[in-house]
Design a protein around this ligand. Structure first.
Ligand code: LMR
Length: 333
């Protein structure tokens, strides 16, 4: 009898110890992304980690995996839906394969003149409506983070559409971007971000489009002789989480994380422009890439070639949303 009592007491103790250890386990958020740490997104992710961990007093641990070390483009969305990763911040140009092509509105050439235009959309009803579309996919949108305006690069001078003829250009997985490249007489090639440097180096593709920050931190300027300041579109991110995971968090923890995300968003968006300006300076300084500043006439030629992409995609992407974006930014098609 005594032996049995002792055994039961031991079992109860072991159970209590297990429960205590379990209760003290932090909630882990794996945050995977594909760019370097010294970029607007890389720094934003680290800021979120710092704020989330300190505000929840260690109840949450954020593990940031930069530079495609955990998942590459294409894999990461599926991993988020399966719950193998909890948080991502993909470029909105990568939502098409998920079946949410409405985000491609951001890829329409010249739709934003500057960051103010962009924020009228991300911080307004269109931004919220787009996040709504993710819910049925098991994804919750938390915030929009900026990178910056894209410029084309290649190994030959590219000033006007005729210069692009026949070039193979790497793009993200967006049909609008495919049509943009075709409108220039070039050939689009969808490829994961992590593979672009090598593809440029080995000549698998001839060129690509990037904000300076991505070009520089992936060292693409070392394998691209010309960078044309086309500023024809943006790279914008949606910070997204697995909905089931997010809804299942203790309410007080979720509130703290929402606060941390709000502050990390402000931080990341505040530094985005300067990060890109600094990266462009660094590209110039490295001396391997010639920066091509387009004349007003060259710019007009690029616009003329690229603007038809709006009409071609209007019906497929989301006519109503596009109209709202035009109204918000004052863009005239
Ligand atoms: C790209 O694939 O070019 C970008 O989406 C990478 C990024 O996350 O900025």
């Amino acid at each position: 009898m005594m032996k049995r009592l002792i055994a039961v007491a031991f079992a109860a103790l072991a159970f209590a110890a297990f429960g205590l250890a379990h209760a003290q386990q932090p909630i882990v958020i794996k945050f995977s992304h594909v760019v370097a740490e010294n970029t607007p997104k890389g720094k934003g992710a680290l800021k979120f980690k710092e704020l989330a961990e300190s505000r929840t007093k260690g109840r949450v641990k954020v593990e940031v995996y930069p530079n495609s070390t955990l998942f590459k483009d294409g894999e990461e969305m599926e991993a988020l839906q399966l719950g193998s990763v909890q948080m991502l911040a993909p470029s909105v140009a990568k939502f098409g394969p998920l079946g949410v092509r409405e985000f491609e509105v951001f890829d329409l050439p010249y739709i934003f003149d500057d960051f103010d235009d962009l924020h009228k959309v991300t911080e307004g009803p269109v931004g919220r409506a787009l996040f709504q579309k993710l819910e049925s996919k098991g994804i919750t949108g938390l915030a929009y983070w900026d990178n910056g305006f894209k410029d084309f690069s290649a190994n030959k001078p590219i000033r006007v559409p005729a210069d692009y003829k026949g070039l193979k250009l790497r793009i993200q997985s967006s049909k609008v971007l495919g049509d943009e490249v075709k409108a220039l007489g070039a050939i689009p090639q969808v490829m994961a971000f992590s593979e672009v440097y090598q593809a440029l180096q080995t000549g698998v593709v001839d060129g690509t489009e990037n904000p300076p920050s991505n070009l520089y931190t992936q060292k693409m300027h070392e394998v691209q002789k010309y960078l044309a300041m086309t500023d024809h579109g943006v790279i914008e991110y949606a910070v997204i989480v697995n909905k089931k995971f997010w809804d299942g968090l203790p309410a007080d923890v979720r509130t703290l994380l929402e606060g941390a995300m709000k502050e990390a968003t402000k931080y990341s968006n505040d530094i985005a422009k300067k990060e890109n300006d600094d990266a462009l300076e660094a590209v110039k300084k490295a001396g391997k890439t010639q920066i091509l500043v387009l004349t007003p006439d060259e710019k007009a030629q690029m616009k003329k070639a690229l603007l038809p992409v709006h009409k071609e995609n209007d019906a497929r992407v989301a006519p109503e949303l596009i109209k709202q974006v035009y109204q918000a930014t004052g863009f005239k098609p």
